[in-house]
Write a protein that binds this ligand. Sequence first.
Ligand code: HAM
Length: 422
Amino acid sequence: MDKRTAPRGTFDILPTDSNRWLALERAVDELCARFGYGEIRTPIFESTDVFVRTIGEGTDIVDKEMYTFTDRGGRSMTLRPEFTAPTARAALEHNLLQNLPLKVYYRGPIFRYERPQKGRYRQSHQWGAECFGVAGPQADAEIIALGMELIRRETLADVELGINSMGCDVCRPAYREAVVAHLKDNATTLSENSRERLSRNPLRVLDSKDPSDRAVIATAPRVDSYLCDACREHFTAVRALLASMGITPTVDPKIVRGLDYYTRTVFEMSAGGLGTQNALCGGGRYDGLIAAMGGPATPAVGLAMGMERLLMAAGPRRAESLNGRPRTEVAFVALDEPSARSLVPILHAFRRAGISADMDYTLRKVDKQIRAAGQQGARVAVILGNDELARGEATVQDLTTRERQRVKLIELEHDVKERLAR
Ligand code: HAM
């Protein structure tokens, strides 16, 4: 048979690693609940226009990265490349915006056809949160604080928070014009991709990573000198609120984000030591999105964080402590077939009593069974052979001290529970 591999840019999460994922997912659930966000789960695919109309044509995601297919009914569907548009779609569909504010969070896989490299995958996982219905800077500050707090708890990495304002419908047009004029003046030095974007979506050029665009981008007009009074005030207030929580962002006019729906605040969190794919988290305000989708004008702000990158930033040291409880606390070791059969109901009773217990059904050598159980983190082994069985007893071994003791089968659960509690 051919060697089978997972599709390029995807990966399997194996039992040895899944504990870390589970622990991270639990941390996300716990922290989001503490910040007042309720979980939302949307389908993995949506009608393609949910993404095209929100993320925008002329963005990398819509132009090059979507997994789009025609279903058997002839409809165009797309595997979600992010959660913000599906979340907004669901909020509209279920009239959740009638009772504002609405605070929701999510986690799960996203799909982007990108060139795979360390920290960049075609199927990756995000968690994120969205707050609908609050125009004031408190919501921006809360969303940023939520992201920073999760990173602080889960990683040892140095985290940089960069923040910028993209302006609003009032001030952005003048800024856009200035950028277009600058890019047109320098069109001959721009990359082919950026020249093409210049006509379709000029602000996206500022997000280009192409080295030949670097000089033109560096000398482009800065958004801060174009902000209207209301946007300037909002931006100042967001930073002051963050400072009051001990969070100090760096103002970075280069942050323009790769999606079209943003207004005012945009931000990114990045971690040292991750190489080129160092963006852990991105987000911002998108006050025009709901109206653009046909809903009532609703201010909104949110963030999303890459879970693979978060685990990479957490590093191996953190990985150990993330593991939590061992998979097996008590190992049942049978010496022969009749003993193994007698142990089955006892094992089941232990599991029902809330103890993680397991038995090596292969009946391999006792030493091997006990060594494997120790590697799984087991603290106690319950050993049963002919001799013990005849007396209605089992041998209980403490895997830390190696001490062994005979215990009556009817007292077994009580005895083992006491040992685990020590
Ligand atoms: P984004 O910046 O496109 O924002 O993605 C957020 C994070 O997801 C990135 O910083 C990165 O950690 C992770 N990520 C994205 N693509 C990949 C990939 N191919 N491989 C590994 N990790 C990846 C959004 O998605 C917006 N929806 C954020 C948002 C929420 N804005 C408002 N609300």
